[in-house]
Design a protein around this ligand. Structure first.
Ligand code: FA5
Length: 343
């Protein structure tokens, strides 16, 4: 409601702004400006008092509503066990989310949606990764022998009882291969992408974060070869960056693919913003390869009949390059002036 008296309207603006920054909202009811308005009332000409008094009452009611809403929110938060799975809170009902007015979608999530959309159009399904996993999915199912030094490349955080914050989305390979292997019996391929948040014990710099996003891809069928892998990734990257790209693969080692490659693009001028590089330079974007026969076997798929490819791409790095962002650490920094540029 608008106020009839500009004096009350001015005080209302001041008190609303102050209330939004107060932790204890009830303090706003004791504001000196409110007391000032009440003291002014008897000094006004009689004919103005009714409207002035009505405005003060309205303002008091608005402030009281803010206090009540805050108390409700506090009470709701107190009933949420933040350590429990989402659906066991509040007597088995999902808690209401807090209001998101003024918020916006994080740029990495907007880009992830755009990326998933490209893969949906290419015929892939999406399965979300998890943020806590176990030794079997992190290492064993991916053909990392016990005590193998390759495990050191995926140094991440672990609870004392062995639960692991996954260092890559490849932890999901065994699960999706098992889940979709019946496709193969129906003469359909397994074509899945897996977005997820991953964690690493990392020396941080402008292109290395401890927490970042990856998109895994797995494709299995009869007669699949590395040419299909390269064509799929090139098509995806050209669609994402909306331009033709030169790509190359170079040999690499992952225990879960054989052969394994690093996949690089020759970065055109438009994707070199903020990097300080002038010439056409090759940039490694992702790890990939042909799914190792042992990985297929562990999911119950016969590698004599079926072959497949897999890849894992860092989403943060794709987005860095798209927008010429100079430091990957902006994404997790919660800096509002950075985030508002994408709102
Ligand atoms: C892997 O994580 C493999 N799981 C990829 C893979 C999947 C290979 C399936 C074969 C088959 P790598 O550690 O290279 O590989 O990471 C893959 C991508 O994640 C990198 O190319 C990069 O884009 C991104 N990435 C890796 N470490 C970081 C980091 N610290 N910060 C940001 N992005 C990172």
């Amino acid at each position: 409601m608008s106020y009839e008296n500009s004096r009350v309207s001015d005080v209302a603006n001041i008190l609303h702004a102050r209330a939004s920054s107060l932790v204890n909202k009830a303090e706003i009811l004791k504001a000196v400006e409110l007391k000032g308005l009440l003291a002014e009332l008897p000094t006004l000409p009689v004919e103005q008092r009714a409207s002035f008094g009505k405005d003060i009452n309205h303002l008091k009611q608005e402030l009281q509503n803010i206090v009540n809403e805050s108390a409700d929110t506090q009470e709701r938060l107190a009933t949420i066990d933040v350590t429990a799975p989402f659906d066991v809170n509040v007597n088995g009902h999902r808690p209401e989310l807090l209001p998101s007015t003024g918020g916006s979608i994080h740029p990495l999530m907007t880009e992830m949606d755009a990326i998933l959309d490209i893969f949906y159009r290419m015929g892939f399904n999406a399965v979300e990764s998890r943020q806590i996993d176990d030794d079997y999915h992190m290492f064993e199912s991916l053909n990392f022998p016990e005590g193998h030094p390759a495990r050191d490349d995926y140094d991440t955080f672990m609870t004392t009882d062995g639960l692991i914050a996954p260092a890559h989305t490849s932890t999901m390979q065994n699960r999706v291969l098992k889940k979709y292997k019946e496709n193969l019996e129906k003469n359909e391929p397994i074509a899945v992408v897996i977005p997820g948040r991953v964690f690493r014990n990392e020396d941080l710099d402008a292109t290395h974060e401890h927490t970042f996003y990856q998109l895994e891809g797995v494709y299995v069928d009869k007669g699949v070869n590395a040419g299909h892998l390269i064509a799929t990734l090139k098509t995806f990257l050209e669609e994402y960056y909306q331009q033709q790209l030169k790509v190359k693969t170079q040999p690499f080692y992952f225990p879960f693919t054989e052969p394994s490659f690093e996949f690089a693009i020759s970065r055109p001028e438009s994707l070199r913003k903020g990097t300080g590089t002038e010439d056409d330079d090759w940039l490694e974007l992702l790890g990939c390869g042909m799914v190792h026969p042992n990985v297929l076997r562990m999911a119950g798929i016969d590698p004599e009949i079926y072959t497949g490819f897999a890849w894992g791409v860092g989403i943060d790095r794709l987005v860095l390059m798209k927008y010429g962002i100079e430091d990957i650490r902006h994404f997790e920094s919660a800096k509002l002036d950075f985030l508002r540029q994408f709102a």
